[in-house]
Design a protein around this ligand. Structure first.
Ligand code: 3H9
Length: 646
């Protein structure tokens, strides 16, 4: 039974129980439809409270039904039916009321919420617009500006803010069901407010829509749904209710069948599958209570910040007192940035910093459950760190390396209890970037592997298991992408055209501007290292630039020139001159052709990676590219975009 009815005197309590998140399946819609009929017919019922069992209020439409033809009762009809019920309904929200769930709540005459609940319209994240009155009822409750924020960003709003905005009528402390029933009884003593659909909606200030459009187009970066949601909202403000409803429904159905929506659904399910791999079901991770990080550089400090934000006490180990001080300063810099961007208060930043101890004394981490090494990328330095760790750490503590290019097997050679060793490859800035490549070595135990995934869940990261090869999954694909972009330059395609093509595809930056920003010297030094070790690494165009002193923005130029203090790339006559004799002009290419060619190369490398067992699924590769390398989410990742759905 997904819907049951109980009584508290004249108040009927309708409970929805459709695990895991009370999504509005056909059966649930039917159950609620029937409940309205039954309660309307029951003269002893004066009001109805709608509550949910489990972790959350209704989290939205059932996304698994989106690939199939819509079945009645349709959600907009159900929302209308609840609104038209002869008894007032009160939605009692805990967890999240999202998408269709919030739309059902807006069909109710009242909404009350637990203090830690949230409400939202996340549909744009699935490539659609709200399809059951979200864009039409929200402005009637909270005005066009707040509705625009909600529908175009997709971000949920905490209950206290939703209360202040008029989206919910009360925040209930204590037992929600009892509180909602008491609220309903109280409401019955006063005249009822108009149903939401009958409330007026104020026209926003002049210029509002143009401003919104500009702002939304900028952040959407090619995603269609946010702008379409804004269109719906404008219709809701300017046209009668029924006309706006028809417009919203038509937009919803159109987008639901779009490529972008299919791509975003693919990412939605891939992200939810990633943290709990089937192969580790039933394997208990090591409980994580204390962590240590070796190395307080950019990467180490970022990792420490991520661990602290997840509530773990952390010890930073550095080689001398000056380095400890620099590491702690790096950490304070990260938190100060958080304060500046409004993500943290001063007090929170201070409390987080207080959770970190800096020292040169390895003995102080004898009780750590997890140690992450983030020292200089040099094999001798890393091996020396693990020798120390082997001496001081508990034999069951998980010992991880954050190497991005070195072979974890070589780093761990000779380590006693090698089952506890693993690669945890964070991406910079480590407290921001969502991706975590988890790289087991041949001897890594299932428990250690499970601990890596548990850590990712704790840090709210997207974990992807990667096998051992140069660059693991992400950097290996990056290398191929850059090589393919250079090959186009050699064929005479202008550097700025390639960057513009990839921006047009949805990346924030093209491959060359990104290299100028990060510095060309890092990859150059790796290639030089490989050459020194006797490997046959052909000369790249990037090598020519670095040898001429052009390492990117930090030297005033790389692929482009930069005016002092400016970040805007200018085509470079010097770079053109340096590369001139490498270019053998081929046929002209459109921007679409350029982007297709480069994405195909990424996918080809992805297929090689799958064939070698380096990645487990195509969807994992898509997650790596989206969360580590800026691949546009609404394209679904290179494997999905090129037709190999994961
Ligand atoms: C919509 O509503 C359109 C309407 O406007 C119009 C319609 C006409 N459907 O995230 P979790 C599964 S669009 C089906 O790990 P948490 C998920 O796959 C919808 N399944 O939990 C996972 O399955 P499994 C708008 C769903 O506690 C399990 O539930 N709504 C749905 O960390 C647990 O998920 C949204 O976009 C769904 N809608 O977070 C809300 N949602 O266990 C999307 C989840 O087999 N959901 N599943 O791997 C969320 O944001 C989070 O699930 C939530 C809970 C915050 C609710």
């Amino acid at each position: 039974m997904t819907v049951t009815i109980a009584r508290q005197g004249e108040i009927a309590i309708v409970t929805v129980d459709n695990p895991p998140v009370n999504a509005l399946s056909t059966a649930l819609r039917q159950g609620l439809w029937d409940a309205v009929g039954a309660l309307d017919a029951d003269a002893s019922v004066a009001a109805v409270v709608l509550v949910c069992a489990g972790r959350t209020f209704i989290a939205g439409a059932d996304v698994t039904e989106f690939g199939k033809p819509p079945q009645p009762p349709h959600l907009p009809d159900l929302v209308d039916r609840i609104e038209g019920a002869t008894k007032p309904w009160v939605a009692a929200i805990h967890g999240s009321a999202l998408g269709g769930g919030f739309e059902v709540a807006m069909g109710c005459r009242f909404r009350v919420a637990a203090p830690d609940a949230s409400v939202g319209l996340p549909e744009v994240g699935l490539g659609i617009v709200p399809g059951a009155s979200g864009t039409v009822r929200t402005p009637r409750l909270a005005g066009a500006a707040l509705a625009a924020e909600l529908v175009t960003s997709g971000r949920p709003m905490p209950a206290p803010k939703a209360f202040a905005a008029g989206l919910v009528d009360a925040v209930i402390q204590g037992d929600l069901r009892d509180g909602a029933a008491a609220f309903a009884r109280q409401a019955l003593t006063r005249p009822l407010p108009a149903p939401v659909s009958a409330r007026p909606v104020a026209a926003p200030a002049a210029g509002f829509w143009a401003e919104q459009e500009k702002a939304v187009a900028k952040t959407a970066k090619g995603a269609a749904a946010p702008l379409r949601a804004l269109d719906c909202l404008r219709k809701a403000v300017e046209a009668p209710f029924a006309e706006a409803m028809a417009f919203e429904r038509q937009t919803f159905l159109e987008l639901r069948g779009s490529d972008q929506a299919a791509a975003l659904r693919h990412v939605f399910f891939a992200e939810r599958a990633a943290p709990r791999p089937a192969a580790l079901r039933g394997v208990e991770p090591l409980p994580l209570r204390r962590a240590a990080v070796i190395g307080g550089g950019t990467m180490g400090a970022g990792i420490i910040a991520a661990l602290c934000e997840a509530g773990l006490p952390v010890t930073l180990i550095e080689r001398d007192d000056a380095a400890v001080a620099r590491g702690l300063a790096n950490l304070r810099g990260i938190f100060a940035g958080g304060v500046k961007r409004g993500k943290l208060t001063e007090a929170q930043a201070e409390a987080l910093t207080a959770g970190v101890t800096g020292t040169t004394d390895y003995a102080s981490i004898a009780d750590a459950d997890l140690v992450i090494e983030a020292v200089f990328e040099e094999i001798g330095v890393k091996r020396a760190v693990f020798e120390q760790l082997a001496r001081v750490c508990r034999p069951d503590a998980v010992l991880a390396t954050n190497t991005s290019y070195l072979d974890p097997r070589v780093i761990a050679e000779g380590l006693p209890n090698p089952g506890r060793f693993i690669g945890l490859h964070f991406f910079s800035p480590a407290n921001v970037m969502k991706l975590l490549e988890i790289v087991p070595a041949p001897d890594t135990s299932d428990r250690t592997l499970a601990t890596g995934f548990a850590l990712a869940r704790m840090l709210k990261k997207i974990p992807v298991r990667a096998g051992i090869c140069e660059g693991f999954i992400g950097n290996r694909i990056l290398k191929r992408y850059r090589a393919a972009a250079e090959a186009l330059v050699r064929q005479g395609v202008p550097i700025a055209e390639i960057d513009a093509a990839m921006r047009g595809y949805g990346f924030a930056m093209g491959p060359f501007e990104a290299q100028d920003l990060g510095g060309l010297d890092i990859a150059f030094l790796q290639r030089e290292g490989a050459r020194a070790a006797g490997q046959d690494v052909p000369e790249t165009l990037g090598d020519i630039l670095v040898r001429a002193g052009r390492k990117g923005q930090k030297t005033g130029g790389g692929w482009y020139d930069y005016a002092p203090g400016e970040r805007r790339p200018q085509p470079s006559a010097v770079a053109a001159e340096l590369l001139a004799d490498q270019i053998r002009p081929g046929p002209a290419m459109s921007r679409e052709e350029i982007a297709q060619a480069l994405v195909s190369e990424m996918a080809a490398e992805g297929r090689a990676i799958l064939n070698e067992g380096i990645a487990q699924t195509p969807a994992d590769i898509d997650l790596v590219e989206i969360h580590g390398y800026g691949f546009p989410r609404w394209r679904g990742g290179p494997m999905f975009a090129t037709g190999r759905k994961g």
